[in-house]
Design a protein around this ligand. Structure first.
Ligand code: SF4
Length: 580
Protein backbone atom coordinates (compact mmCIF):
# COMPACT_ATOMS: atom_id res chain seq x y z
CA UNK A 1 0.00 0.00 0.00
CA UNK A 2 1.53 3.30 -1.06
CA UNK A 3 1.09 5.89 1.68
CA UNK A 4 2.07 9.55 1.57
CA UNK A 5 1.82 12.09 4.36
CA UNK A 6 2.48 15.64 3.34
CA UNK A 7 1.97 19.27 4.23
CA UNK A 8 2.29 22.76 2.82
CA UNK A 9 4.66 24.64 5.08
CA UNK A 10 4.48 28.43 5.40
CA UNK A 11 8.15 28.77 4.37
CA UNK A 12 10.84 26.55 2.94
CA UNK A 13 12.91 26.73 6.14
CA UNK A 14 10.09 25.17 8.19
CA UNK A 15 9.77 21.43 8.68
CA UNK A 16 6.70 19.54 9.76
CA UNK A 17 7.12 17.41 12.85
CA UNK A 18 3.65 15.82 12.74
CA UNK A 19 4.19 13.85 9.53
CA UNK A 20 7.53 12.63 10.85
CA UNK A 21 5.84 11.28 13.96
CA UNK A 22 3.27 9.51 11.77
CA UNK A 23 6.03 7.96 9.69
CA UNK A 24 8.02 6.82 12.71
CA UNK A 25 4.98 5.44 14.56
CA UNK A 26 3.60 3.57 11.53
CA UNK A 27 6.90 1.77 10.89
CA UNK A 28 7.89 -0.99 10.46
CA UNK A 29 4.48 -2.25 9.30
CA UNK A 30 3.95 0.68 6.97
CA UNK A 31 6.37 2.75 4.95
CA UNK A 32 5.30 6.36 4.58
CA UNK A 33 6.76 8.89 2.21
CA UNK A 34 6.83 12.46 3.53
CA UNK A 35 7.33 15.01 0.75
CA UNK A 36 6.85 18.63 1.86
CA UNK A 37 5.77 21.68 -0.10
CA UNK A 38 5.16 25.32 0.71
CA UNK A 39 2.03 27.42 0.36
CA UNK A 40 3.87 29.44 -2.29
CA UNK A 41 4.28 26.40 -4.58
CA UNK A 42 1.78 26.42 -7.45
CA UNK A 43 -1.07 24.01 -6.61
CA UNK A 44 -0.73 22.26 -9.98
CA UNK A 45 2.92 21.50 -9.29
CA UNK A 46 2.04 19.95 -5.93
CA UNK A 47 -0.79 17.94 -7.49
CA UNK A 48 1.44 16.72 -10.33
CA UNK A 49 4.14 15.64 -7.94
CA UNK A 50 1.74 13.81 -5.63
CA UNK A 51 -0.17 12.10 -8.44
CA UNK A 52 3.10 10.90 -9.99
CA UNK A 53 4.01 9.21 -6.72
CA UNK A 54 0.84 7.10 -7.07
CA UNK A 55 -0.49 7.08 -3.47
CA UNK A 56 -3.43 4.98 -2.30
CA UNK A 57 -3.61 6.88 0.98
CA UNK A 58 -2.74 10.56 1.01
CA UNK A 59 -2.58 12.45 4.32
CA UNK A 60 -2.27 16.21 4.81
CA UNK A 61 -1.18 17.99 7.98
CA UNK A 62 -3.44 21.05 8.23
CA UNK A 63 -2.93 24.40 9.94
CA UNK A 64 -4.47 27.82 9.77
CA UNK A 65 -1.81 28.92 7.28
CA UNK A 66 -2.28 26.10 4.77
CA UNK A 67 -5.87 24.85 4.92
CA UNK A 68 -7.14 26.89 1.96
CA UNK A 69 -4.27 25.83 -0.30
CA UNK A 70 -4.58 22.23 0.94
CA UNK A 71 -8.26 22.12 0.00
CA UNK A 72 -7.49 23.36 -3.51
CA UNK A 73 -4.91 20.59 -3.88
CA UNK A 74 -7.15 17.77 -2.65
CA UNK A 75 -10.05 18.90 -4.83
CA UNK A 76 -7.85 18.61 -7.91
CA UNK A 77 -6.42 15.28 -6.81
CA UNK A 78 -9.84 13.75 -6.30
CA UNK A 79 -10.91 14.83 -9.78
CA UNK A 80 -7.87 13.15 -11.27
CA UNK A 81 -8.10 9.99 -9.19
CA UNK A 82 -11.24 9.56 -7.01
CA UNK A 83 -9.85 6.29 -5.61
CA UNK A 84 -7.14 7.97 -3.52
CA UNK A 85 -8.16 8.02 0.15
CA UNK A 86 -7.72 11.56 1.41
CA UNK A 87 -6.99 11.89 5.14
CA UNK A 88 -6.61 15.24 6.91
CA UNK A 89 -5.19 15.88 10.38
CA UNK A 90 -3.81 18.75 12.44
CA UNK A 91 -5.18 21.53 14.63
CA UNK A 92 -7.09 23.28 11.84
CA UNK A 93 -9.34 20.26 11.20
CA UNK A 94 -9.51 18.70 14.65
CA UNK A 95 -12.37 20.66 16.19
CA UNK A 96 -15.01 21.15 13.49
CA UNK A 97 -14.28 18.05 11.43
CA UNK A 98 -17.90 17.15 10.79
CA UNK A 99 -18.67 20.62 9.41
CA UNK A 100 -15.60 20.54 7.19
CA UNK A 101 -16.46 17.11 5.79
CA UNK A 102 -19.95 18.31 4.93
CA UNK A 103 -18.48 21.25 3.05
CA UNK A 104 -15.53 19.52 1.38
CA UNK A 105 -16.84 16.27 0.00
CA UNK A 106 -13.41 15.18 -1.28
CA UNK A 107 -12.21 14.40 2.26
CA UNK A 108 -12.55 10.73 3.23
CA UNK A 109 -11.26 10.83 6.79
CA UNK A 110 -10.21 13.43 9.35
CA UNK A 111 -7.95 12.34 12.20
CA UNK A 112 -8.79 14.52 15.18
CA UNK A 113 -6.32 15.50 17.88
CA UNK A 114 -3.22 13.44 18.53
CA UNK A 115 -2.89 11.39 15.36
CA UNK A 116 -0.15 8.78 15.64
CA UNK A 117 -2.15 5.82 16.99
CA UNK A 118 -5.38 6.66 15.15
CA UNK A 119 -3.60 7.00 11.82
CA UNK A 120 -1.82 3.67 12.18
CA UNK A 121 -5.06 1.91 13.07
CA UNK A 122 -6.70 3.57 10.12
CA UNK A 123 -4.01 2.15 7.84
CA UNK A 124 -4.62 -1.35 9.23
CA UNK A 125 -8.32 -0.98 8.51
CA UNK A 126 -7.75 0.36 5.00
CA UNK A 127 -5.27 -2.39 4.16
CA UNK A 128 -7.69 -5.10 5.33
CA UNK A 129 -10.78 -3.45 3.84
CA UNK A 130 -12.43 -3.19 7.26
CA UNK A 131 -14.95 -0.55 8.12
CA UNK A 132 -13.73 2.25 10.38
CA UNK A 133 -16.20 1.81 13.22
CA UNK A 134 -13.52 0.83 15.72
CA UNK A 135 -10.84 3.39 14.74
CA UNK A 136 -10.74 5.98 17.54
CA UNK A 137 -10.26 9.71 17.00
CA UNK A 138 -11.51 10.02 13.43
CA UNK A 139 -14.38 11.54 11.47
CA UNK A 140 -15.21 9.57 8.31
CA UNK A 141 -17.80 8.79 5.67
CA UNK A 142 -19.30 5.32 5.95
CA UNK A 143 -20.50 3.12 3.09
CA UNK A 144 -23.81 4.94 3.05
CA UNK A 145 -22.02 8.27 2.72
CA UNK A 146 -22.97 9.38 6.23
CA UNK A 147 -20.47 11.28 8.34
CA UNK A 148 -19.51 9.38 11.50
CA UNK A 149 -17.55 10.75 14.48
CA UNK A 150 -15.40 8.36 16.54
CA UNK A 151 -14.03 10.01 19.65
CA UNK A 152 -10.47 9.62 20.85
CA UNK A 153 -10.57 7.60 24.03
CA UNK A 154 -6.99 7.16 25.14
CA UNK A 155 -4.01 9.43 24.80
CA UNK A 156 -0.65 8.00 23.81
CA UNK A 157 2.07 7.47 26.38
CA UNK A 158 4.58 9.89 24.88
CA UNK A 159 7.49 8.02 26.44
CA UNK A 160 6.80 5.17 23.99
CA UNK A 161 6.86 7.30 20.84
CA UNK A 162 9.71 6.49 18.46
CA UNK A 163 12.05 9.27 17.38
CA UNK A 164 10.75 11.29 14.42
CA UNK A 165 14.25 12.45 13.44
CA UNK A 166 16.17 9.42 12.23
CA UNK A 167 15.30 9.54 8.54
CA UNK A 168 18.18 9.48 6.07
CA UNK A 169 16.37 11.76 3.66
CA UNK A 170 16.21 14.55 6.29
CA UNK A 171 19.96 14.71 6.92
CA UNK A 172 20.94 16.93 3.94
CA UNK A 173 18.33 19.52 4.97
CA UNK A 174 19.02 19.74 8.69
CA UNK A 175 21.51 22.59 8.48
CA UNK A 176 19.28 24.68 6.22
CA UNK A 177 15.95 24.42 7.97
CA UNK A 178 14.50 24.90 11.43
CA UNK A 179 14.27 21.65 13.39
CA UNK A 180 11.23 21.42 15.67
CA UNK A 181 11.19 19.30 18.77
CA UNK A 182 8.61 18.51 21.46
CA UNK A 183 9.45 17.54 25.00
CA UNK A 184 5.85 17.77 26.21
CA UNK A 185 2.31 18.08 24.88
CA UNK A 186 -0.49 20.15 26.38
CA UNK A 187 -0.64 23.29 28.49
CA UNK A 188 -1.82 23.62 32.09
CA UNK A 189 -3.34 27.03 31.37
CA UNK A 190 -6.72 27.77 30.02
CA UNK A 191 -6.55 30.90 27.85
CA UNK A 192 -9.85 30.95 26.03
CA UNK A 193 -8.48 32.15 22.69
CA UNK A 194 -5.88 29.39 22.41
CA UNK A 195 -6.16 25.88 20.99
CA UNK A 196 -3.74 24.53 23.58
CA UNK A 197 -6.26 25.28 26.33
CA UNK A 198 -8.57 22.57 24.99
CA UNK A 199 -6.41 19.61 25.92
CA UNK A 200 -6.32 18.92 29.64
CA UNK A 201 -2.99 18.27 31.40
CA UNK A 202 0.61 18.12 30.33
CA UNK A 203 2.37 14.91 29.27
CA UNK A 204 6.10 14.52 28.87
CA UNK A 205 8.30 12.63 26.45
CA UNK A 206 11.19 10.50 27.68
CA UNK A 207 13.87 12.96 28.72
CA UNK A 208 16.87 10.80 27.80
CA UNK A 209 15.44 10.00 24.36
CA UNK A 210 14.92 13.73 23.76
CA UNK A 211 18.54 14.40 24.65
CA UNK A 212 19.64 11.68 22.23
CA UNK A 213 17.52 13.31 19.53
CA UNK A 214 19.09 16.71 20.18
CA UNK A 215 22.59 15.19 20.03
CA UNK A 216 21.64 13.55 16.74
CA UNK A 217 20.25 16.80 15.28
CA UNK A 218 23.35 18.77 16.27
CA UNK A 219 25.67 16.07 14.97
CA UNK A 220 23.97 16.28 11.59
CA UNK A 221 24.22 20.05 11.34
CA UNK A 222 20.95 21.45 12.76
CA UNK A 223 21.57 25.10 13.62
CA UNK A 224 18.17 26.31 14.83
CA UNK A 225 16.19 24.00 17.09
CA UNK A 226 12.82 25.23 18.22
CA UNK A 227 10.98 23.62 21.12
CA UNK A 228 7.27 23.38 20.43
CA UNK A 229 6.29 22.92 24.08
CA UNK A 230 3.50 25.33 24.85
CA UNK A 231 5.11 26.38 28.13
CA UNK A 232 8.61 24.99 28.32
CA UNK A 233 9.19 26.02 31.92
CA UNK A 234 6.12 24.59 33.70
CA UNK A 235 8.34 22.17 35.57
CA UNK A 236 11.35 23.98 36.93
CA UNK A 237 13.44 20.85 37.44
CA UNK A 238 12.66 19.60 33.95
CA UNK A 239 13.53 22.94 32.32
CA UNK A 240 16.74 23.25 34.38
CA UNK A 241 17.82 19.76 33.41
CA UNK A 242 17.34 20.49 29.69
CA UNK A 243 18.98 23.95 29.94
CA UNK A 244 22.00 22.41 31.68
CA UNK A 245 22.21 19.66 29.07
CA UNK A 246 22.11 22.20 26.22
CA UNK A 247 24.75 24.38 27.85
CA UNK A 248 27.02 21.37 28.39
CA UNK A 249 26.61 19.69 25.01
CA UNK A 250 25.59 22.33 22.45
CA UNK A 251 27.42 22.43 19.14
CA UNK A 252 28.93 25.85 18.36
CA UNK A 253 26.55 28.13 16.50
CA UNK A 254 23.37 26.29 17.51
CA UNK A 255 20.41 28.37 18.72
CA UNK A 256 17.59 26.91 20.83
CA UNK A 257 14.28 28.71 20.91
CA UNK A 258 11.66 28.23 23.63
CA UNK A 259 8.19 29.48 24.41
CA UNK A 260 8.21 30.30 28.07
CA UNK A 261 5.72 31.65 30.57
CA UNK A 262 7.67 34.49 32.12
CA UNK A 263 5.75 35.10 35.31
CA UNK A 264 6.35 31.57 36.61
CA UNK A 265 10.07 31.61 35.86
CA UNK A 266 11.97 31.56 39.14
CA UNK A 267 14.75 34.18 39.60
CA UNK A 268 17.24 31.38 40.46
CA UNK A 269 16.70 29.86 37.02
CA UNK A 270 17.40 33.17 35.28
CA UNK A 271 20.40 33.78 37.49
CA UNK A 272 21.69 30.34 36.53
CA UNK A 273 21.19 31.12 32.81
CA UNK A 274 22.76 34.56 33.12
CA UNK A 275 25.80 33.04 34.77
CA UNK A 276 26.27 29.91 32.69
CA UNK A 277 24.60 30.19 29.27
CA UNK A 278 26.80 31.31 26.37
CA UNK A 279 25.43 34.48 24.69
CA UNK A 280 23.06 33.71 21.82
CA UNK A 281 22.54 30.03 22.70
CA UNK A 282 18.92 30.54 23.85
CA UNK A 283 16.08 32.69 22.61
CA UNK A 284 12.83 33.11 24.53
CA UNK A 285 9.41 33.75 23.10
CA UNK A 286 7.05 35.16 25.67
CA UNK A 287 3.35 35.70 25.08
CA UNK A 288 2.21 38.72 27.08
CA UNK A 289 -0.95 39.30 25.01
CA UNK A 290 -2.43 41.97 27.31
CA UNK A 291 -1.54 43.75 30.53
CA UNK A 292 -5.19 44.57 31.22
CA UNK A 293 -6.14 42.44 34.25
CA UNK A 294 -9.86 42.53 33.51
CA UNK A 295 -9.24 41.34 29.95
CA UNK A 296 -6.99 38.54 31.17
CA UNK A 297 -9.63 37.52 33.71
CA UNK A 298 -12.30 37.38 31.00
CA UNK A 299 -10.19 35.02 28.88
CA UNK A 300 -9.14 33.01 31.98
CA UNK A 301 -5.51 33.91 31.48
CA UNK A 302 -3.69 33.93 34.77
CA UNK A 303 -0.85 36.38 34.42
CA UNK A 304 1.08 38.38 36.95
CA UNK A 305 2.56 41.25 34.97
CA UNK A 306 4.82 42.36 37.81
CA UNK A 307 6.49 38.94 37.91
CA UNK A 308 6.62 38.83 34.12
CA UNK A 309 8.39 42.20 34.17
CA UNK A 310 10.88 40.93 36.75
CA UNK A 311 11.75 37.96 34.54
CA UNK A 312 12.07 39.91 31.30
CA UNK A 313 14.18 42.58 33.00
CA UNK A 314 16.48 40.03 34.63
CA UNK A 315 16.97 38.21 31.34
CA UNK A 316 17.63 41.49 29.54
CA UNK A 317 20.11 42.64 32.16
CA UNK A 318 21.92 39.30 31.77
CA UNK A 319 22.54 40.21 28.12
CA UNK A 320 22.74 36.56 27.03
CA UNK A 321 19.25 35.76 25.74
CA UNK A 322 17.20 37.64 23.14
CA UNK A 323 13.52 37.93 23.97
CA UNK A 324 10.60 38.07 21.60
CA UNK A 325 7.39 39.32 23.23
CA UNK A 326 3.93 38.91 21.70
CA UNK A 327 0.79 40.97 22.07
CA UNK A 328 -2.74 40.29 20.88
CA UNK A 329 -4.98 43.19 19.93
CA UNK A 330 -8.72 42.68 20.17
CA UNK A 331 -9.12 40.62 23.32
CA UNK A 332 -12.40 41.12 25.24
CA UNK A 333 -12.94 44.60 26.71
CA UNK A 334 -9.50 45.78 25.58
CA UNK A 335 -10.34 48.98 23.71
CA UNK A 336 -7.93 51.16 21.76
CA UNK A 337 -6.71 53.08 24.84
CA UNK A 338 -6.26 49.89 26.81
CA UNK A 339 -4.25 48.36 23.98
CA UNK A 340 -2.15 51.53 23.83
CA UNK A 341 -1.38 50.99 27.52
CA UNK A 342 -0.60 47.30 26.97
CA UNK A 343 1.82 48.24 24.19
CA UNK A 344 3.51 50.89 26.30
CA UNK A 345 3.73 48.63 29.37
CA UNK A 346 5.51 46.02 27.29
CA UNK A 347 7.64 48.37 25.21
CA UNK A 348 8.94 49.81 28.48
CA UNK A 349 10.79 46.49 28.91
CA UNK A 350 12.59 47.14 25.59
CA UNK A 351 12.38 43.56 24.35
CA UNK A 352 14.66 42.78 21.42
CA UNK A 353 11.50 41.97 19.45
CA UNK A 354 7.90 42.94 20.01
CA UNK A 355 5.23 41.51 17.78
CA UNK A 356 1.62 42.54 17.39
CA UNK A 357 -0.93 39.91 16.55
CA UNK A 358 -4.66 40.27 16.10
CA UNK A 359 -7.13 38.00 17.82
CA UNK A 360 -8.16 34.98 15.77
CA UNK A 361 -11.40 33.19 16.48
CA UNK A 362 -10.08 29.66 16.19
CA UNK A 363 -12.36 26.66 15.81
CA UNK A 364 -12.85 24.88 19.10
CA UNK A 365 -11.83 27.75 21.39
CA UNK A 366 -13.98 29.07 24.21
CA UNK A 367 -13.79 32.61 22.89
CA UNK A 368 -15.22 31.62 19.51
CA UNK A 369 -18.19 30.12 21.34
CA UNK A 370 -18.58 33.33 23.36
CA UNK A 371 -18.12 35.61 20.35
CA UNK A 372 -21.63 37.04 20.42
CA UNK A 373 -21.24 38.10 24.06
CA UNK A 374 -18.64 40.68 22.96
CA UNK A 375 -20.22 41.40 19.55
CA UNK A 376 -17.21 40.00 17.74
CA UNK A 377 -17.28 40.14 13.99
CA UNK A 378 -14.58 38.09 12.29
CA UNK A 379 -13.50 36.47 9.03
CA UNK A 380 -15.37 33.24 8.29
CA UNK A 381 -12.27 31.81 6.67
CA UNK A 382 -8.66 31.41 7.87
CA UNK A 383 -7.05 33.18 9.64
CA UNK A 384 -10.46 34.01 11.31
CA UNK A 385 -9.13 37.38 12.38
CA UNK A 386 -11.48 39.75 14.16
CA UNK A 387 -12.88 42.78 12.31
CA UNK A 388 -14.35 44.47 15.38
CA UNK A 389 -16.10 43.95 18.71
CA UNK A 390 -18.13 45.90 21.27
CA UNK A 391 -15.17 48.09 22.30
CA UNK A 392 -12.90 48.12 19.24
CA UNK A 393 -14.06 49.37 15.84
CA UNK A 394 -12.79 48.17 12.49
CA UNK A 395 -11.16 51.60 11.99
CA UNK A 396 -9.28 51.22 15.29
CA UNK A 397 -8.07 47.76 14.27
CA UNK A 398 -6.78 49.23 11.02
CA UNK A 399 -4.97 51.97 12.98
CA UNK A 400 -3.29 49.38 15.21
CA UNK A 401 -2.31 47.41 12.10
CA UNK A 402 -0.45 50.47 10.86
CA UNK A 403 1.87 50.11 13.86
CA UNK A 404 2.95 46.61 12.80
CA UNK A 405 5.04 47.46 9.75
CA UNK A 406 7.03 50.34 11.27
CA UNK A 407 7.53 48.47 14.53
CA UNK A 408 9.06 45.60 12.58
CA UNK A 409 11.33 47.78 10.46
CA UNK A 410 12.32 50.43 12.99
CA UNK A 411 12.47 48.47 16.24
CA UNK A 412 12.68 44.72 15.70
CA UNK A 413 15.35 45.08 13.03
CA UNK A 414 17.44 47.32 15.33
CA UNK A 415 18.72 49.61 12.62
CA UNK A 416 18.48 52.87 14.57
CA UNK A 417 18.05 52.11 18.25
CA UNK A 418 19.53 55.38 19.56
CA UNK A 419 17.20 57.48 17.44
CA UNK A 420 14.11 55.44 18.27
CA UNK A 421 14.96 55.52 21.97
CA UNK A 422 15.16 59.32 21.83
CA UNK A 423 11.90 59.62 19.90
CA UNK A 424 9.86 57.31 22.12
CA UNK A 425 11.18 58.66 25.39
CA UNK A 426 11.60 62.39 24.69
CA UNK A 427 9.68 63.50 21.62
CA UNK A 428 6.37 61.65 21.41
CA UNK A 429 3.98 61.24 24.35
CA UNK A 430 4.63 57.47 24.39
CA UNK A 431 6.21 54.71 22.27
CA UNK A 432 2.79 53.69 20.98
CA UNK A 433 2.05 57.26 19.86
CA UNK A 434 5.28 57.43 17.90
CA UNK A 435 4.71 54.10 16.13
CA UNK A 436 1.04 54.90 15.56
CA UNK A 437 1.60 58.36 14.07
CA UNK A 438 4.54 57.23 11.96
CA UNK A 439 2.66 54.09 10.92
CA UNK A 440 -0.36 56.10 9.75
CA UNK A 441 1.91 58.46 7.79
CA UNK A 442 3.74 55.44 6.34
CA UNK A 443 0.45 53.97 5.17
CA UNK A 444 -0.82 57.24 3.69
CA UNK A 445 2.36 57.52 1.61
CA UNK A 446 1.78 54.02 0.22
CA UNK A 447 5.09 52.79 1.64
CA UNK A 448 3.56 49.63 3.09
CA UNK A 449 3.40 48.13 -0.39
CA UNK A 450 6.99 48.64 -1.52
CA UNK A 451 10.47 47.40 -0.61
CA UNK A 452 12.98 49.56 1.25
CA UNK A 453 16.74 49.91 1.23
CA UNK A 454 18.38 51.01 4.46
CA UNK A 455 18.78 54.60 3.17
CA UNK A 456 15.06 54.69 2.32
CA UNK A 457 14.18 53.84 5.91
CA UNK A 458 16.20 56.80 7.13
CA UNK A 459 14.81 59.13 4.48
CA UNK A 460 11.23 58.10 5.27
CA UNK A 461 11.62 58.65 8.98
CA UNK A 462 13.33 61.97 8.23
CA UNK A 463 10.43 63.00 5.98
CA UNK A 464 7.89 62.12 8.66
CA UNK A 465 9.77 63.95 11.41
CA UNK A 466 10.39 67.03 9.27
CA UNK A 467 6.62 67.56 9.19
CA UNK A 468 6.19 67.46 12.96
CA UNK A 469 7.44 70.96 13.86
CA UNK A 470 9.98 69.57 16.30
CA UNK A 471 12.18 72.03 18.17
CA UNK A 472 14.97 69.46 18.52
CA UNK A 473 14.94 68.28 14.92
CA UNK A 474 18.69 68.92 14.48
CA UNK A 475 19.43 66.69 17.51
CA UNK A 476 17.32 63.88 16.07
CA UNK A 477 19.01 64.30 12.71
CA UNK A 478 22.37 63.98 14.48
CA UNK A 479 21.28 60.78 16.19
CA UNK A 480 20.09 59.41 12.88
CA UNK A 481 23.51 60.15 11.33
CA UNK A 482 25.15 58.40 14.27
CA UNK A 483 22.91 55.31 13.96
CA UNK A 484 23.44 55.18 10.22
CA UNK A 485 27.22 55.45 10.39
CA UNK A 486 27.71 53.04 13.27
CA UNK A 487 25.66 50.32 11.61
CA UNK A 488 27.82 50.23 8.46
CA UNK A 489 30.69 47.81 7.98
CA UNK A 490 32.40 49.84 5.26
CA UNK A 491 32.55 53.55 4.56
CA UNK A 492 29.18 54.30 2.95
CA UNK A 493 29.42 55.56 -0.62
CA UNK A 494 26.24 57.57 -0.39
CA UNK A 495 24.98 59.63 2.55
CA UNK A 496 21.27 60.34 2.75
CA UNK A 497 21.37 63.66 4.60
CA UNK A 498 21.74 67.08 3.04
CA UNK A 499 23.69 68.97 5.67
CA UNK A 500 27.30 68.11 4.79
CA UNK A 501 30.43 69.52 6.28
CA UNK A 502 31.99 71.97 3.74
CA UNK A 503 35.02 70.39 2.02
CA UNK A 504 37.33 73.19 3.06
CA UNK A 505 36.40 72.85 6.74
CA UNK A 506 36.82 69.08 6.60
CA UNK A 507 40.26 69.36 5.04
CA UNK A 508 41.36 71.81 7.70
CA UNK A 509 40.22 69.48 10.48
CA UNK A 510 41.87 66.47 8.82
CA UNK A 511 45.14 68.38 8.66
CA UNK A 512 44.89 69.18 12.37
CA UNK A 513 44.13 65.52 13.14
CA UNK A 514 47.13 64.36 11.11
CA UNK A 515 49.36 66.57 13.19
CA UNK A 516 47.72 65.66 16.51
CA UNK A 517 45.52 62.55 16.29
CA UNK A 518 45.07 62.76 20.11
CA UNK A 519 42.60 65.56 19.39
CA UNK A 520 40.13 62.79 18.57
CA UNK A 521 41.18 60.70 21.55
CA UNK A 522 43.71 58.06 22.56
CA UNK A 523 41.78 55.21 20.97
CA UNK A 524 41.74 56.98 17.63
CA UNK A 525 45.41 57.93 17.82
CA UNK A 526 46.25 54.23 18.34
CA UNK A 527 45.06 53.47 14.80
CA UNK A 528 47.91 55.63 13.44
CA UNK A 529 46.06 56.49 10.24
CA UNK A 530 48.01 57.83 7.26
CA UNK A 531 46.67 60.83 5.34
CA UNK A 532 45.46 58.50 2.58
CA UNK A 533 43.57 56.29 5.03
CA UNK A 534 42.11 59.26 6.83
CA UNK A 535 40.49 60.44 3.59
CA UNK A 536 39.69 56.97 2.31
CA UNK A 537 38.38 55.24 5.42
CA UNK A 538 36.64 57.95 7.46
CA UNK A 539 33.52 60.07 7.29
CA UNK A 540 33.22 63.37 9.17
CA UNK A 541 29.89 65.06 9.72
CA UNK A 542 28.41 68.01 11.57
CA UNK A 543 26.58 67.58 14.90
CA UNK A 544 24.77 70.27 16.87
CA UNK A 545 25.17 68.64 20.28
CA UNK A 546 27.70 66.65 22.26
CA UNK A 547 27.00 63.06 21.30
CA UNK A 548 29.42 61.54 23.85
CA UNK A 549 27.71 63.44 26.64
CA UNK A 550 24.29 62.24 25.48
CA UNK A 551 25.38 58.61 25.23
CA UNK A 552 26.94 58.71 28.69
CA UNK A 553 24.51 60.78 30.69
CA UNK A 554 21.45 61.09 28.49
CA UNK A 555 21.67 64.88 28.61
CA UNK A 556 21.76 67.21 25.64
CA UNK A 557 24.54 69.79 25.55
CA UNK A 558 24.13 71.89 22.43
CA UNK A 559 27.13 73.20 20.50
CA UNK A 560 29.21 72.76 17.39
CA UNK A 561 30.56 69.17 17.31
CA UNK A 562 31.83 66.75 14.71
CA UNK A 563 31.20 63.05 14.31
CA UNK A 564 34.10 61.05 12.93
CA UNK A 565 33.52 57.48 11.77
CA UNK A 566 36.50 55.28 10.95
CA UNK A 567 35.85 52.00 9.07
CA UNK A 568 38.62 49.60 9.98
CA UNK A 569 39.12 47.31 6.98
CA UNK A 570 40.60 44.32 8.86
CA UNK A 571 37.69 44.00 11.27
CA UNK A 572 34.92 45.56 9.15
CA UNK A 573 33.96 47.57 12.22
CA UNK A 574 32.92 51.18 12.51
CA UNK A 575 34.63 53.20 15.25
CA UNK A 576 32.88 56.46 16.06
CA UNK A 577 34.30 59.51 17.79
CA UNK A 578 32.93 62.92 18.72
CA UNK A 579 35.16 65.97 18.54
CA UNK A 580 34.64 69.63 19.17
S1 SF4 B 1 -1.87 31.01 25.37
FE1 SF4 B 1 -0.06 29.92 26.10
S2 SF4 B 1 -0.42 29.67 28.29
FE2 SF4 B 1 -2.41 30.15 27.39
S3 SF4 B 1 -3.32 28.15 26.94
FE3 SF4 B 1 -2.25 28.81 25.10
S4 SF4 B 1 -0.25 27.87 25.23
FE4 SF4 B 1 -1.15 27.79 27.28
Amino acid sequence: MKIICTTLNAKYIHTNLAIRYLKAYSAPEYTIEIPEYTIKDPALRIVTDLIQKGPQVLGFSCYIWNIEETIRVIQMIKKINPEIIIVLGGPEVSYDGEELMKRITEINVIVTGEGEASFKQLLVHIENSLDFTSVPGIVYRNQAGEIVVNHLIQKIDLRDLPSPFRFEEDIPHLSKRIAYIETSRGCPFNCQFCLSSIEVGVRYFDREKIKEDIRYLMKHGAKTIKFLDRTFNISRSYAMDIFQFLIDEHAPGTVFQFEITADIMRPEVIQFLNETAPPGLFRFEIGVQSTNDFTNELVKRKQNFEKLKRTVTMVKDGGKIDQHLDLIAGLPEEDYQSFRKTFNDVFALRPEELQLGFLKMLHGTGLRRQASQYNYIYMDFPPYEILGNNVLTFEEIISIKQVEDVLEKYWNDHRMDTTIEYLVSRVFPSPFDFFQQFGSFWDEQGWARIGHQLEDLYLRLHQFLSQQNLTDFSIIEGLMKYDYLRNQKYKPRKLWWEERLPKQERSEIYQEILVSPELVGKDFAAFKLSEKDLYKLTVMEQLHFNLDEYLQSNSIVEGNFKLLAYYQPETTTAHLFTLQ
